[in-house]
Design a protein around this ligand. Sequence first.
Ligand SMILES: C[S@@+](CC[C@H](N)C(=O)[O-])C[C@H]1O[C@@H](n2cnc3c(N)ncnc32)[C@H](O)[C@@H]1O
Length: 360
Amino acid sequence: MEGTGIVRVSADVALDPDSAFAQVVDELVEAFARVGVRFSPGSEGSVVEGRTEVGRVLTWTSGRQFSIDWRPAPWDHDLRLQVELRTEPRDGGARVEVEVRGADSLVHADPVEGTGWVASAIVAPLLRTLLPSNLGDWLTDRAARRPSGPGARTMYTDPVYHRPNFRLLLDTLHPGPSDVVLEVGCGGGAFLQEVLARGVRAVGLDHSPEMVRLARANNQNAVGEGRLQVTETEASRLPVPDRTFTIAVSTGVFGFLPHPLDTLREMYRALAPGGRLAVFEGTKELVGTPACPEPMASRIHFFEDDELAGLAREAGFVAVEVRHPELFRYAQESGVPEEALDLFRGTVGALLLVGRRPDG
Ligand SMILES: C[S@@+](CC[C@H](N)C(=O)[O-])C[C@H]1O[C@@H](n2cnc3c(N)ncnc32)[C@H](O)[C@@H]1O
């Protein structure tokens, strides 16, 4: 590659080079998509921001290397970078190395400004990523607040520790073929799967694009039959019609919501008169247990009973109640491993909000 190297980052990971390459490409596609940029991998691949083609793949050797001709400045056609990513064997794992070259004009034309760009636009964000607040946010998003990555896809396909909550909700709501269910924060669609088995029609909503795709894939028959629609959205504005659903439900989501009242108002709007609401959450007693470790624990809002019931009433719901049911029996029924069953004893960890949209 020609030109002056301006960035060289490498990291040693505990995967073989082929797997590391595949995962890095997958994660880059997702990470770009989150900021509205389309990275199409492969030898004919490209990087497109809006309508602008920013990069075109020059070389692509699966499992090993790719390079991209990158134009970061449509207003300056002379400014071209070469971005190269390589994976190679290192100490039983792989070294992933990224190198950006060719920004001579950017860095050298004005030496002070060039150095400022390197420091503030490259080094500072790298170090900012390592601040406890950012690392804590990343770990929380990755696992639960906006799940992404292979671990989350496996976990939310069969969230065995959430299944007791699902059983409780099914036992509370008794959904049947005449019901139309709205689930806010549906994750990988595991609750949807259980509720669809009762013959309902359903809509699942989530703001994680990976979870939306997973929920569709895990319920592809219901999607194909037109019984299920899964849509990516923020929970404060739900893209669903008024007065349509007989049940609105959410589990393990409200503690993450910046505007829970807005979501309750939206669930109310979406419910038909007489429609039922059920929201399941953990309580602050779970903090520090395996159900709620740091850094997630300090990024969840744990509702007090009166607080959540008050929000539901403010949104318009009637017959509002907060219950603290024991989940032990549901945990036994839903296949939670024997050694973890004790986590589900007692009534302090679980909070169930129920309510109803008034008739008429
Ligand atoms: C802990 S997971 C629970 C998933 C599923 N309900 C379950 O119990 O397995 C929380 C889910 O809520 C979604 N979520 C969190 N905040 C959200 C928001 N503001 N808008 C939409 N979805 C949200 C996340 O993307 C994630 O899928």
